[in-house]
Design a binder for this molecule. Structure first.
Ligand code: SF4
Length: 351
């Protein structure tokens, strides 16, 4: 990565409300991917953070209160985090609510629970964007990545939504691929295959052992990093779990019990967003003392705070915020592209 050592981000302001709300409407999933920490026995241990010890679903009332509170600020919503959104009881309610209030939304799904009825609902409601996690070009690689071999089934589900959409514009449909040592070589074929079918392909770097260390990404070293800057995640996004707990960012969300407040117990989104715990983290970042925060000290994901780099090649508008994330937007399918939604930070592959 060559760049931006000269880019100057001296300090970031706290917005009135987050621009991006990541809402994990349940802590449940229908798969047990081998790399996913959420299924580990340690997570479910009796002495661990209680959120992971039993299935939890946010209620429609709770989800509605969050969406209504931020709606006047025009935040956009990612309606999943580390869960499978189509297992969440309030998922369809939240999708409807987001659109009723004129907001933009997306979710990432393994797609297996997508039915014709849900696909029609997403098209009829003109939901903005759905990304399918595929991660493989062969059943063998899929088995390693997701613990299942039914690649044809996943492809079928993406095609179900494509067909249901027909000539209509929404949702914008994407597929994602997390680069692993065993799958990296499949990326060219993956791009070629999906370019003919979907609107966007996102390739994400893998984050190993909870530490976003950029040097494990192929072709990248620590020396390539620009000078470190405050991390945009803390100033632009909020991640809310199904029990209302808020964790500072997508990376800390992977550590079980980092909680800066609770939406339902601490007075709502605004109150937690401006609460002393979030403000303390922001102050440390704006004074370049991120090393005092254990999870930030070890994290290179702040590098996504810089602007995207653009390149047009092979029929794609390729947008790259950092070596962790690359969006391959199919050039002839940009009509449904929304800058506020599709330029957001990718959720890199985590394990
Ligand atoms: S530096 Fe990493 S851990 Fe810290 S807020 Fe940013 S993304 Fe999260």
């Amino acid at each position: 990565m060559k760049n931006e050592k000269c880019v100057n981000i001296t300090g970031l302001d706290t917005l009135d409300m987050p621009q991006i709300v990541r809402l994990e409407l349940s802590n449940t999933c229908n798969l047990s991917c081998p790399h996913c920490r959420h299924h580990s026995p340690q997570k479910k241990a009796d002495d661990n953070y209680e959120y992971y010890r039993r299935p939890i679903h946010m209620t429609e009332e709770e989800a509605g209160s969050i969406i209504e509170e931020v709606a006047p600020y025009k935040a956009s919503f990612t309606l999943n985090a580390a869960n499978e959104p189509l297992t969440a009881k309030a998922q369809l309610f939240a999708i409807r609510k987001v659109k009723e209030l004129g907001l933009a939304g997306l979710f990432n799904t393994n797609g297996l629970l997508l039915t014709e009825k849900i696909a029609r609902f997403l098209v009829d409601i003109e939901f903005d964007s759905v990304n399918f996690s595929i991660d493989a070009m062969t059943p063998e690689t899929l088995k390693k990545a997701r613990g299942i071999s039914t690649l044809d089934k996943l492809i079928e589900k993406v095609e179900l939504l494509i067909n249901e959409r027909g000539e209509r514009m929404f949702p914008r449909i994407g597929v994602t691929f997390v680069k692993m040592d065993y799958s990296y070589h499949e990326i060219p074929a993956f791009l070629e295959f999906w370019k003919k079918r979907v609107d966007v392909i996102r390739i994400s770097g893998f984050i190993k052992a909870l530490r976003p260390d950029i040097s494990i990404l192929p072709g990248t070293t620590k020396e390539d990093l620009p000078e470190r800057v405050p991390c945009k995640q803390l100033f632009r996004e909020i991640l809310i779990r199904a029990n209302g707990d808020v964790t500072p960012c997508v990376i800390s969300a992977e550590r079980t019990n980092i909680v800066v407040g609770n939406i339902f117990k601490d007075g709502g989104v605004r109150s937690v967003w401006h609460g002393k715990n979030m403000q303390k983290l922001r102050e440390l970042h704006n004074s370049y003392k991120w090393g005092q925060i254990s999870y930030c000290a070890q994290c290179d994901f702040w590098v996504e705070s810089f602007d995207m780099k653009d390149e047009e090649r092979d029929g794609f508008l390729i947008r790259t915020p950092s070596p962790y994330t690359t969006f391959y937007n199919v050039k002839e399918k940009l009509d449904n592209w929304n800058k506020n939604l599709h330029d957001r930070q990718g959720m890199a592959g985590l394990s």
